[in-house]
Design a protein around this ligand. Structure first.
Ligand SMILES: [Ca+2]
Ligand SMILES: [Ca+2]
Ligand SMILES: [Ca+2]
Length: 495
């Protein structure tokens, strides 16, 4: 594919940008607003629930990857196998319904975050490395009245036919990638080999051809990275203000920095999916997360998998909860400003190798209280809208559970208030948020009493209320106070 003319594309794309009300929408001052991961929700469902999402306290919604993926079957993983990312059309909707979702959320003061899947393309058509396939290009042309409305970028002259900058338009849609745009067909055999993880394919098993891996590693050959860049810019231009970078450990850091436009990085929340099995002493952390955090600018955040692992360990039988009293200090959490904190992600129930990270349901509630109650990181709540509904639909409707809404309410009340741990032992954690909030978590099966010094730390003779139960805390009347934490419970007191 000839790629020289493409240098001009990124700038030309701007010409077609409608200056919308989104451009004037103020950025949140802190990056600690709760994100709803509306996993495999349709864009229509998101639009329909925008008011409820806002009322529940969420400030952003991470939506289904806005790209073209196959619709002949709707398993969730198809959403992560792009056929074309110049157009939006998948089991969860199309560009039109995607825009409706963005606008509906915007009206409620909620931002839209996009799941960006650009490391690889779909495993289809017997291992094809031409995207989209010729049948798809023919369909674009045969049903132009539909497809012209789903184009995100790549129609340089705006005539409804994808041209990718090759003008004059000859009336037939142009392709996006061919075999020259992919690394050699080889499955990743060693996940501790950084080069293999970046250049080779994600495969499901020995007999799987794997996902064709885009070539993004040769200096001076920027076709792939320029397409990724235009894609992200186009999403930003629609009003998207957050980007989850899928499979980030599988792309060179230089490529990520290249394809995220500076203005987008500065005005959005960027976070990478780099799964590690631990914190700073973990090999995967050293190989993938550490270079990402140290070499990319501060705007580039990440899922806090180190913290997830630390919480999971601290809730295990025989392990002290006090292990997560100060996780950053012990190398078990990312910096506050770069962390997206989770207790479960879609990958955990839906991939056999991660299922051992699933919490006991009650522990999951307590873990949510932990990430919502602490100062640091942006909590992300996983809600399962997929047809699969793993584990009997356990994560269906999580977003609107009464307990979840109350925790988010506490989180939003405590924005920016510093945190100090007052007590920590094998069973329990107790911390304050300035003098205005107190969180207590007891993971054990017996009530726990914790006596703490309240001098200059908490308000005396003052009616703190547990937002989770509505119960009043018996008033603190002096410098010593004994908190009683019921068995297997969280309490979030505020004024
Ligand atoms: Ca065109
Ligand atoms: Ca053409
Ligand atoms: Ca790769």
């Amino acid at each position: 594919m000839q790629k020289l003319k493409l240098l001009i594309c990124a700038t030309i794309t701007f010409i077609f940008v409608t200056i919308s009300s989104y451009m004037a929408f103020p950025m949140p001052s802190a990056r600690a607003d709760v994100i709803l991961h509306a996993f495999d929700w349709s864009y229509q469902d998101i639009a329909d629930n925008a008011e409820g999402i806002s009322a529940a306290g969420y400030k952003a919604v991470l939506v289904t990857p806005p790209l073209k993926s196959q619709k002949s079957s709707c398993e969730w993983f198809q959403r992560y196998q792009p056929q074309d990312f110049r157009v939006v059309d998948n089991c969860d909707g199309n560009k039109e319904s995607f825009i409706n979702a963005i606008e509906a959320l915007d009206r409620e003061g909620v931002q839209t975050y996009a799941d960006v899947v650009v490391n690889h393309m779909a495993n289809e058509r017997d291992g094809a490395t031409t995207f989209p396939g010729s049948d798809t290009l023919q369909e674009y042309d045969d049903y132009n009245n539909y497809w012209k409305n789903q184009i995100l970028y790549g129609d340089t002259d705006g005539n409804g036919i994808l041209d990718n900058g090759f003008l004059p338009d000859d009336g037939k849609s142009d392709g996006l990638f061919d075999s020259n745009d992919f690394h050699d067909a080889k499955c990743i055999s060693d996940y501790n080999n950084r080069d293999a993880v970046i250049f080779d394919r994600l495969c499901k098993g020995e007999n799987d051809r794997g996902l064709p891996d885009l070539k993004d590693s040769e200096p001076g050959k920027n076709w792939v990275n320029d397409q990724r860049k235009q894609y992200i810019q186009a999403l930003y231009n629609l009003g998207v203000r957050g980007f989850r970078i899928d499979a980030a450990k599988h792309m060179p850091l230089g490529a990520i920095e290249y394809f995220v436009p500076d203005q987008v990085a500065k005005n959005s929340q960027m976070f990478a999916e780099i799964i590690t099995s631990g914190g700073t002493t973990d090999l995967e952390y050293q190989l993938f997360l550490k270079p990402y955090l140290s070499q990319l600018p501060e705007e580039f955040g990440a899922y806090d998998f180190p913290l997830l692992k630390a919480i999971k360990n601290a809730f295990a039988f025989g392990k002290p909860l006090s292990d997560v009293a100060n996780p950053y200090a012990t190398g078990n959490a990312l910096e506050n400003t770069r962390a997206v904190t989770v207790v479960v992600t879609h990958d955990i129930p839906y991939n056999d190798i991660f299922r051992n990270n699933i919490f006991d349901p009650k522990d999951e509630d307590l873990a949510y209280a932990y990430i919502m109650g602490r100062d640091g990181g942006t909590p992300l709540v996983f809600d399962d809208g997929s047809a699969g509904q793993s584990d009997g639909g356990r994560w269906v409707g999580v977003w609107k559970k009464d307990m979840m809404k109350r925790m988010i309410d506490f989180h939003n009340h405590m924005q920016g208030k510093p945190m100090e741990v007052l007590a920590a032992d094998e069973c329990a954690l107790l911390w304050r948020r300035d003098e205005d909030g107190i969180v207590g978590i007891n993971k054990c099966v017996d009530e726990r009493s914790l006596t703490v010094d309240t001098s200059f730390k908490l308000k005396w003779n003052y009616p703190y209320t547990d937002i989770l139960t509505g119960n009043l805390l018996p008033e603190i009347q002096g410098p010593s106070y004994t908190f009683k934490l019921p068995a297997r419970s969280a309490s979030m007191w505020l004024d």
